[in-house]
Design a protein around this ligand. Structure first.
Ligand SMILES: *Cc1c(COP(=O)(O)O)cnc(C)c1O
Length: 375
């Protein structure tokens, strides 16, 4: 057996004829940039998310950068995010010469800790970027309440949680990415809604922001060759949009397949003292971009080696907290501020998670993990 973390090939095989036909159509029309498929995808994703505006762009990293540009953030402004995330979230803050203020996460959900946000706010703070890590929403009720009280913008990094639902104490349920002022996502192939190259999108319910974002993604122009502000070149190409249009109707079923695999894992590990399975919080569904365990008193390297010998892939998301990354050394973070992240970096382990995990495969994976403890 050889079990990879993701299995895009088996997923593709199930939709191959439709995808191949769509790609051929785009090529036949030579509508490579801003073709009809892009416009249709925009609308269909907006309908799915129940959000007013979806602006596609080239990738999830650009989506974050463009969101901050659209909010008019200025050099020196502070933006708060968590240090237990993929680097893109914080890298884009630094790239725009804003000041990345990183705070610790919660030990149960691995998402940003609202109490730490509150403590980190200064007169220079302008925005918060909560990351819905591994497929589960941050505590958006608390985060929106803090943001309103301090007059801050909220950009939700939804790269790992497209399709997740957050239910507020106030009674409403909304899709991840549509609660704050702006949401961003990625269509990187291995994401829950992945294309066959790079892709991303920005969401907002605000008409003014939507217009600004649409302009920034396209060199700051509304009318061709008339540039109103400094923008970038960040487009979702038509072939990717065509592929995403085939895959979007399957997104709920894809996320359900991930949840089913997660249930299988939870159940298999429930009596294992050495494993803490992912917490499911009441207010958010979990779409399991990753299935990430916390290992208690386990030699992680030895377990990964054991799994590797059995043909089972595993991975560490993330091995180094952002405050410890060389790239961020100049900001001189206090290493004592991140006890939870530091512990997670030492103890987390992610198992194969994708839409194509059969019970046989899952049983082989969980047996292989449990065998390590019986040795
Ligand atoms: C993948 C990811 C991104 C970046 O997306 P790209 O499309 O790869 O640029 C940003 N934030 C998080 C949390 C991610 O997982």
């Amino acid at each position: 057996m050889k079990i990879p973390m993701v299995d895009l090939k088996s997923q593709y095989n199930k939709i191959k004829s439709e995808v191949d036909k769509k790609i051929a159509e785009v090529i036949d029309k030579t509508e490579f940039i801003n073709g009809g498929e892009v416009k249709l995808f925009k609308q269909e994703l907006a309908n799915y998310l129940n959000v007013k505006h979806v602006i596609p762009c080239a990738n999830g990293t650009d989506a974050l950068q463009i969101a901050m540009m659209a909010l008019g953030l200025q050099p020196g402004d502070e933006v708060i995010s968590s240090d237990f995330t993929f680097i893109a979230t914080v890298e884009t803050i630094a790239l725009l010469k804003l000041t990345p203020v990183m705070v610790d996460v919660k030990p149960d959900t691995y998402c940003i800790d609202p109490e730490q946000i509150e403590k980190a706010i200064t007169a220079k703070t302008k925005a918060i970027i909560p990351v819905h890590l591994f497929g589960q929403c941050c505590e958006m009720d608390r985060i929106m309440e803090i943001a309103e009280r301090h007059n801050l913008f909220v950009i939700e990094d939804t790269a790992q949680a497209i399709g997740s639902d957050f239910t507020s104490d106030k009674g409403w349920t909304k899709k991840a990415g549509t609660i704050g002022h702006i949401g961003s996502t990625s269509f990187f192939p291995s994401k829950n809604l992945g294309c066959y190259g790079d892709g991303g999108a920005i969401f907002t319910n605000d008409d003014v922001l939507a217009e600004k974002i649409s302009s920034i993604v396209n060199h700051g122009m509304k009318v061709r060759y008339y540039h109103d502000n400094i923008g970038v070149n960040s487009r979702l190409d038509t072939i990717q949009a065509a592929i995403l249009r085939v895959k979007l109707p399957h997104l709920d079923e894809y996320n359900a397949a991930r949840q089913r695999a997660a249930d299988f894992y939870d159940n298999a590990f429930k009596d294992c003292q050495n494993i803490t399975t992912p917490v499911r919080c009441k207010k958010s569904t979990h779409t399991f971009h990753q299935y990430t365990l916390v290992l208690n008193n386990v030699d992680r390297k030895a377990l990964m080696e054991h799994l590797n010998n059995k043909g089972v892939a595993s991975a560490v998301y993330y091995p180094v907290a952002l405050h410890n990354q060389k790239a961020f050394q100049e900001y001189e973070y206090n290493p004592k501020d991140f006890p939870v992240t530091d512990k997670l970096c030492e103890t987390v382990l992610s198992l194969p998670m994708n839409t194509e995990l059969s019970d046989d495969i899952l049983k082989y994976i969980t047996d292989s993990v449990l065998e390590f403890y019986r040795k």
